[in-house]
Design a protein around this ligand. Structure first.
Ligand SMILES: Nc1ncnc2c1ncn2[C@@H]1O[C@H](COP(=O)(O)OP(=O)(O)O)[C@@H](O)[C@H]1O
Ligand SMILES: Cc1ncc(C[n+]2csc(CCOP(=O)(O)OP(=O)(O)O)c2C)c(N)n1
Ligand SMILES: [Mg+2]
Ligand SMILES: [Mg+2]
Ligand SMILES: [Mg+2]
Length: 343
């Protein structure tokens, strides 16, 4: 590595965002001082989150191009702000990279980070850079805001609520399956069938559900909300446990994308395995009173978004069950992506 730390940071970040974006977000001092300084909005509360992506765990050169890695690192962190019904405003990016990392890789990662940040009006205001023994690791911290007392918590589900999801879950992990099957560097992919491309895109370029999260917050009817990073089963369990209620999912109501159906058929798996235990969809799963669902669906469709009712909240138990097509009620195991478990 020929350049020093400060030259690198300057090369990755300088002049990357429009001064108007920084100004409209109230950035007083951004990258370059000991810490960033920003204005604050009266009547709003701060919402803060961070997520990390580690080479070989969250991405490999055969699954994602460098710009995809950056885009997804920002999208995954912003997704947790969406899951609170909040507006993302600022991001800080911490990078660890091996001493011999190719400069071009980090440039690509920053291209993706800024592409996503610009799409969602997030001002990048700082970060940290260190060396690592092996592999690249990226942590994105996002700071946002929400109207006082109006954050949407996963503990707020009520008996009699329906459970919804804001899109077609399971596609990201089916895309990962395809990319791992291909086993060639991501730069040289090509050759995916038309039905496979949306799955690969769901994995490499997830769309954070900020618009959906804000709409849900503004409707005033949404109770619990969570984003889907570890699979529907895991997120439903989190809502059930935090709310002290049961989640009953209805198999026939779970939206299965045609592309997912086709992939599951070709690998002889149940598409529900991808939906329940796959993860990295970054959709929103939440609850609202049953009699508010139709209005919410209308508002979503007016905004070009989708809201699928997939189950309901019950006071009868404390876990997650699935009403199968044949009428049987089955327990859904608390399984999903687990960094330290066997699954
Ligand atoms: N190392 C840590 N130290 C303190 N809090 C943590 C740590 N890791 C995760 N958390 C907190 O635990 C909660 C769950 O984390 P996580 O499962 O990563 O959330 P999500 O899936 O929404 O990204 C969050 O409130 C997060 O801030
Ligand atoms: C090469 C590779 N193998 C496996 C996966 C699958 N995977 C890695 S982490 C993860 C779960 C989501 O990540 P996590 O850090 O748990 O996100 P959080 O819940 O904190 O938002 C999944 C499904 C992947 N993306 N890439
Ligand atoms: Mg996390
Ligand atoms: Mg989350
Ligand atoms: Mg997360």
């Amino acid at each position: 590595m020929s350049k020093g730390e400060f030259d690198l940071i300057r090369a990755w970040t300088s002049g990357r965002q429009a001064p108007s974006l920084l100004r409209s977000n109230g950035v007083v001092a951004g990258i370059g001082d000991d810490a960033a300084v920003t204005e604050w909005t009266p009547g709003m509360q701060m919402v803060v989150t961070c997520d990390t992506m580690v080479e070989e765990i969250h991405f490999k050169t055969i699954t994602m191009r460098d710009s995809d890695v950056g885009f997804k690192a920002m999208a995954a962190a912003v997704s947790d702000i969406a899951a609170m019904g909040a507006i993302p405003k600022y991001a800080l990016i911490s990078i660890s990279q091996p001493k011999n990392a190719k400069e071009q890789r980090l440039q690509g990662i920053y291209d993706g980070l800024y592409e996503c940040a610009d799409l969602w009006n997030v001002a990048v205001i700082g970060g940290d850079t260190t060396s690592s023994l092996s592999g690249i690791s990226i942590t994105v911290t996002v700071i946002g805001e929400v109207e006082n007392g109006k954050a949407l918590l996963r503990s707020a589900a009520q008996t009699g609520d329906i459970v919804f999801v804001t899109g077609y879950p399971g596609c990201s992990s089916a895309g990962l399956d395809l990319l791992l099957q291909k086993n060639t560097p991501a730069e040289q992919w090509g050759g995916f069938q038309p039905l496979q491309i949306p799955l690969v895109q769901a994995h490499t370029r997830p769309v954070p559900q900020i618009t959906a999260g804000r709409l849900l917050q503004q409707l005033g009817s949404c109770h619990a909300l969570n984003d889907v990073s570890d699979g529907i089963a895991s997120e439903a369990w989190e809502i059930a446990e935090a709310s002290g209620r049961g989640v009953d999912l209805i198999e026939d109501r779970i939206p299965i994308a045609a592309e997912l159906q086709a992939h599951a058929y070709s690998v002889r798996k149940d598409p529900l395995d991808f939906v329940l235990y796959g993860g990295e969809d970054y959709l929103l799963i939440g609850t609202m009173p049953a009699d508010r669902a139709l209005d919410a669906q209308l508002k979503f469709s007016e905004a070009g978004l989708s809201l699928h009712v997939i189950g309901y909240i019950t006071g009868d138990h404390n876990g997650v069950r699935m009403a199968k097509s044949d009428g049987l009620l089955e327990a859904v195991p608390k399984r999903g992506y687990n960094h330290f478990g066997k699954e």
